[in-house]
Design a binder for this molecule. Structure first.
Ligand SMILES: [Zn+2]
Length: 304
């Protein structure tokens, strides 16, 4: 299975348009130790010819241009794309806005939970995806589906939060319903090899731990290094927990939570622009490496 990291940054990307922190300034200056990253998405293929996108980021056009695998083949028909399917993990802007790049009456299948399809239906701009060409398919949690021949995906609920723009301020409890945020188990049917893509997760629950145990590969929520990072940076008032993201470090953080799960290869993805781990020379990046984790970067290709 080919796994292509299209975007390793969280919503807003790195650098983010209005973020002026030291991290973003280094990226804007072209500092090779702070390489820019686009917004979080991966592409998966078993044959290298047809690809399934997991989330469609606002940077999708740029990501297609940066990855030849996702471009029409020179010897193909006048209108063509190797992108045969898109699977959404939630309704966040950084995961759905890229769908608008996929208009122009090109056929593909769009998989999402009923909750997320409801969000798309309620936003008429997504009617730009011509229903004659784009099949909207509903995912049943825990029921495997085949987005493309040879690939089987199982979506499962993870602790998260509804998209920011859907929050109801009158409701104190921001807890979510099943299907607001999902993780994906992605399997190559021919080999039985599978990995997990979980770009947003608020906490490690016993059921999630059981699911991930001994997995060969997990791409996991690396939004924040510390839970109060945005507050300390003076760039926000919300903790990671409040935003639906568990932090990398700390007693309830992901490094600690994965310690005894036996996951063979672990990568952080979906890094916020405040995360010091975006800097290749930061002590936090070194600490991540020392704990046996990697940090995903745009353009990385993983074979499984
Ligand atoms: Zn996101």
């Amino acid at each position: 299975m080919h796994i292509l990291i299209l975007g390793a940054a969280a919503g807003g990307g790195f650098p983010q348009w209005n973020a002026n922190n030291a991290n973003c300034q280094r990226a804007r200056d072209g500092d090779p130790k702070a390489p820019a990253q686009t917004q979080s998405s991966i592409a998966v293929s078993v044959d290298g010819a047809m690809w399934c996108l997991c989330n469609a980021s606002p940077d999708l056009r740029q990501q297609i241009e940066a990855n030849r695998q996702l471009q029409p083949r020179p010897d193909g028909p006048l209108r063509a794309s190797p992108i045969g399917a898109v699977v959404l993990t939630n309704g966040d802007i950084d995961h759905i806005a890229g769908l608008l790049n996929l208009r122009e009456s090109q056929a593909f299948s769009l998989f999402a939970t009923a909750r997320v399809h409801g969000i798309l239906r309620a936003n008429s701009v997504f009617n730009a995806l011509n229903p004659e060409f784009v099949a909207r398919r509903e995912i049943d949690l825990s029921t495997p589906f085949k987005p493309l021949p040879g690939i089987q995906i199982t979506a499962f609920s993870v602790p998260g939060k509804v998209a920011l723009y859907l929050e109801d301020p009158s409701q104190k409890d921001l807890g979510t319903s099943d299907g607001d945020t999902v993780g994906l188990e992605i399997m190559n049917i021919a080999t039985g090899r599978k990995f997990f893509y979980i770009p947003g997760c608020a906490e490690m629950t016993p059921s999630l731990a059981a699911r991930l145990r001994d997995a060969p590969l997990v791409l996991f929520d690396g939004t924040l290094y510390t839970d109060d990072e945005m507050i300390r940076a003076g760039e926000g008032v919300k903790t990671g927990q409040r935003m639906g993201h568990m932090s990398i470090s700390g007693p309830a953080g992901s490094i600690r939570s994965f310690e005894r799960l036996g996951v063979k290869r672990r990568l952080f993805i979906h890094l916020n622009n405040t995360n010091p781990a975006l800097n290749l020379d930061s002590p936090e990046r070194a600490a991540i490496a020392a704990s046996g984790w990697e940090v995903a970067m745009d353009g990385m290709e993983i074979r499984l």
